[in-house]
Design a protein around this ligand. Sequence first.
Ligand code: F58
Length: 831
Amino acid sequence: HERGASLEPSHPLARGPVASPPHSVDAFVKEFLRELNYGQGVPLSRSSLNDQYLALARTVRGYLTARWLETARKRRSHTERAVGYLSAEYLLGRQLDNALLATDLTQIAEDALHACGIELDALRQVEVEPGLGNGGLGRLAACFIDSMATMGAPCIGYGLRYEYGIFKQTFVDGRQIEIPDNWLSMGDPWEIAHPEMEVPVHFGGHTERYVDEAGRDRVKWIHGWDVLGIRYNYMVPGYQNGVVNTLRLWRARATRAFDLDIFNAGDYAQAVRSQTFAENISKVLYPEDSTPQGKELRLQQQYFFVACSLYDFIKHTQPTDFDVRDLPERIIFQLNDTHPVIAIPELMRLLVDDYGLEWEDAWGITRQCFAYTCHTLLPEALEVWPVSLMERLLPRHMEIIYRINEGFLDEVREAYPGDELRVRRMSIIGDHPERSVRMAHLATVASVKVNGVAELHSQLLRDKVLNDFAELWPDKFTNVTNGVTPRRFVRQANPYLSKLITDTIGVGWVANLDRLEELEVYAEDEDFREKFRAVKAANKERITRVLQRRDGIALPEGHLLDVMVKRLHEYKRQSLKLLHIVTLYDGIISGRLDPASVTPRTVVFGAKAAPGYRMAKETIYLINSAATVINADPRVEGRLFMAFPANYNVTLAERLIPAADLSEQISLAGKEASGTGNMKFALNGALTIGTDDGANVEIRRLVGDDNFFLFGMDEPQVAELQARGYRPADYYETNENLRSAINLIASGHFTGGDRDAAGLFVGDLLSNDAFLALADYQSYMDAQARVEAYYADQEAWTKSAILNVARSGYFSSDRSMRDYIDRIWHVKTGV
Ligand code: F58
């Protein structure tokens, strides 16, 4: 690709990047109208809202571009190590506000638009969020690239530009229906496409051995078929620091050769269909939550984006005289879970087959270039790929994996002579239920460091899931507790709280969240508490308007707002939350509970279920059914209300979390790797009711026991109960309230008399209950009673809420990035 690097322009203006337009209302108006007229091709008077939004977005993008080019120029001029964040998902959320905030243009844009007769807020609503992720893992990647830019650290994010992101959820008669997320249909003003930057990616075929001119044995991969990777750049602005990093997402396109072959065969229609086949690779995000389905197309996606990214880094970001032996000095690739792990054999292939390095040299280099983050503890979530599929799709990579495994198992045998059981446990190739590649083992073997995402999780990785590896390489294992970006989840999502914080402790906290601790003393200040409550109240009013407009839901006023938002999964135990509500409801309608003694409470759920996950979908149906019945029952009016807005996403999270009083983090101990929603709630002044799981452990330690409602078994107790033999029916039989609540569900009370409709849910709880909801039920009910009592004392509650904010600065993703940099990446910050 010709770069024009040696162009000698005669005009002085053409010598460098054009400067950013000035930060003034007039300049902004001018840029905006230019985009509208010349970009969209419409005069203001005839422009649609979408025209205006696109023009606004491009205007703001224009302000970012000069900074982006400048950041890239500075980075090119020195050769320091960068981070290549490899992630199959980036759950970015809306871009406009973030870009305005980063460039400090919010007020200017508002005034400029106003002068054109347009409300900024109306344009905000037009933006469709790019939902290129499933949940926590994808959102974490988005927070991390935001923090890296804000810290001025060299980082390039690599991923996939899915044409369809996470499905749009709707409810029909209470059941989840998935609608394709055609997020690009109105155009994406934030992306910069480079259709001319094609990266070839190969699949299938077979390998052949040959002897090269130097007499060395070499391997050639005879490809079966190819696709092209097309580059799409997204700008990742740091917070008001002039840095703009890059997120580079890949789209698949058919090669011309691919077309030609078939076109020449005369079958035009078939040729066009085959083109679609190649382009399917970046078509859709798999909507799985935790159980990988082992689908061929998914492996194609993984290899596709990783192959594009390695090639791009080596060929396009490094000088032409770059020596691949220097790779470890230039890059550390962070593997966001196992989805990009095929990058390991891909790098080996590049070094050995393409660059002609000796195996041992190549392995020495590769072992310094990767670090691996694990995000789960569920055994069924650990990715494996059948050897048969691997051999068919990536025959050369399969050979390389075998050879890596051979060398690795020799190491194991040397360390543990005679321990063949251990060798089999640790092997990268597993035998059951079929021969397959264990991606977590491959990642662990090749990585400099392996980290979990919260202290408890990292400890359980070391002690259980990857124990053999931790024994062999104790220093390889480390922890980096997750974090969330305060720009999006406090500053943007909660402007009222942000103003109160800035008025109280001054500016600077947005990029230095530890400063929130200066708020601690104000917990004792009555006047401050009053203001803090006013912020919560304003946020409740705002979410009330949002839910009314978005979902036609009318939230009651003056309730404790109890929120459980996250993917629907059995281990997260939305079922337990439902049992709590049904118990309260049942208590009131049966006369066992005086309604006047129940704290008025609104419970808001938000959750998508993986489309093939039956139990999760039944749970959604039951929650919706219970909501319909409970909200219509006059006996609980003014006491209990349930809301389940469909299609929970980043945009809704930004509105909902700042309004919450109570954050539900009730997974079975030892199952939630970290959680990040838990952090967002604490930072926005909700109190947590939670188990000793994931990052809840650290939240509780930091905010203090008095400001956190702990319940349930801890991980050792869970392990012990399971070892003893867990019988959920025992709890049903001995706990009257629990029995009555389950009976009410089973009776069909919520499902229009249909007992079968609740059958799967109830049947599983009573006979299986893999996540011990019944065992933790009473403890949860008791903790909820403590919540009610505490909430009655608004001064005490507000103090605790303030302390949650003041003591949660640790959960900034800036801190997480610091930890990655210090413990794993060792890159320099500040451009
Ligand atoms: C989540 N994992 C963890 N996986 O469940 C959560 O505890 C943690 O806070 C978060 O990662 C960030 O570390 C998660 O979101 C997925 O969504 C994968 C998507 C692809 C299929 C496998 C699960």
